[in-house]
Write a protein that binds this ligand. Sequence first.
Ligand SMILES: Nc1nc2c(ncn2[C@@H]2O[C@H](COP(=O)(O)OP(=O)(O)OP(=O)(O)O)[C@@H](O)[C@H]2O)c(=O)[nH]1
Ligand SMILES: [Mg+2]
Length: 430
Amino acid sequence: MYDIATKPRERAIMLAVVRKGADPDVVREHLDELALLLDTAGADVATRVVQERERPEVATALGKGKVEEVKELITETGASMVVFDDDLSPVQVRNLEKAFNVKVLDRAGVILDIFASRARSAEARTQVELAQLEYLFPRLTRMWTHLSKQFGGVGTKGPGETQIETDRRMYRTRIQRLREKLREIDVQRAVQRQSREGIPRFALVGYTNAGKSSLLKSLTDAEVYIENRLFATLDTTVRAFELPSGQRAVLSDTVGFIRKLPAQLVASFRSTLAEAAEADVIVHVADVTSPHVREHIDVVNRTLVDLGISQRPILMTFNKVDALEDRLLLHDLEAEYPGCVFVSAERGINLQRLLARMQECLEETSIVQHLLIPYDHMRDVSHLYSEVEVLLRDEVDAGVRLAVRLPSDKLNAFQRRYAAFVTASSPDPI
Ligand SMILES: Nc1nc2c(ncn2[C@@H]2O[C@H](COP(=O)(O)OP(=O)(O)OP(=O)(O)O)[C@@H](O)[C@H]2O)c(=O)[nH]1
Ligand SMILES: [Mg+2]
C-alpha cells in the first residue's frame, strides 16, 4: 500500500469512466468527493478526466485514445499518480501502471490508505491491516505470477515461483493471525457490552463528516476528535448520558460510511460496528447542508443492510441546520422522513427534542413486563436490576412486585428465564 499520507503532498489525475448519458451533476459530485478523499490522503488534484463508454475496457478501463491523452496530461502536470473513481481489476492496475509509468489507484485503494494512516488504536490498526492485505492479496499474487512468467526461469519451478509461494504463504499466515486477533477483540468487546446489559443503547451512524462525533460531544460532553475531514473517527467511543426521563443510557459513535466503502473494510470493521449492531435504537445522522443528503442517506441505509443491522429502529437526525439556507428543504425532508429531528450539534439547537425522540423510539421498541418475586428469591431481584430497567418496585405480602422494561428482542429469553415470576399484568397502572 502506498503510504501517501506521510509523504509531501502529491499531485493526482482523477478519472471517472461513466456510461454514455450519465448525469454530469452526479459525476461531478462523485469526483468532488474523491478529491476530498485525496485531500485527506495528502494529494492535490492536478486535473479531472471523464470518459464516457458503454462499458469499461477489460484490459485498461480506458480506451486507447484516452490512455494516450492521460499520458500527455501526466507529462504536462507532473502528476505522480492516477486515481480512478471506479473499482479497477488487478489486471487493469497493472496494465495502466505500465502505460503511465506512475502509480494507479482506485477509490477503494485511496480509502484504505486513509484508514491506514489514521488508525491509532490496536483494534483499528488490526482491522485496517487485515482489510489491506485482503485487498492486496489478489492483486499481488496475480502480479507476481505475471512477473514470474516474465522474469522467472523456464520450467515449472523457477526461482521466481518459489518466492511467490513463500510470499503467499507469509501473507496467508499474517491474514490468519490478524483474523485470530480480531476474534479476540470481538470477545473482549462482547464482554464489555454484556457489562452494560440492561442499559439502553443508542448508536450514532451516518455518512462520514455528518457530525456524529460532534453530536456525541454535545450530548455527552465526551472529549472526541472532530475534524472537517473524512474519516476523522475510526474507533468506537461509548459514553453514558441521561434521557429526559432521568434514565441512564449509553451512546456510541463510530466510523462513518461513504459510497463504495471497500467490502474488505466493512468486513474487518465488524467488531467496531458491533456496538451499532446491538444498539436498541440507531440514530442516523445526516448533513442537511449537503446537496446530496438523500444519496448519503441511501448509502448509509444500504451499508446497514450489508451489515445486517437494518432491522433496528432508526431515528433520522438531520444535523447542521444552523448552516442551512434553504429552509424549504426542512419541510420536504420532514414529509419524506416522518418523525425526523433537525439539530445543530455545534450550536446546541434542538438537542432536547432529539433526546425526547430518542426516548420515544426506545419506548416504542421496548416491552414492559410485570413480575412477582417471592422474598426467598431476592437474588433474582438484584439480577433483574443489573439486567433490565426497573420501572416500579412494590413490596407486597407475597413478595416484591416489579415492572421492568426490556428490548422486545430480549422478550423470549427473559420469559424463559423468569417464567415462574412473570405475571399477566400489574393490577395497578404504572
Ligand atoms: N455548521 C455546522 N457544522 C457542524 C455541526 N456539527 C458538526 N459540524 C462540523 O462538521 C465537521 C465534521 O464533524 P464530525 O463530528 O467530525 O463528523 P463525523 O460524522 O464524526 O465525521 P467522521 O468521523 O469523519 O465520519 C466538523 O468540521 C464539524 O465542525 C453543526 O451542527 N453545524
Ligand atoms: Mg467522527
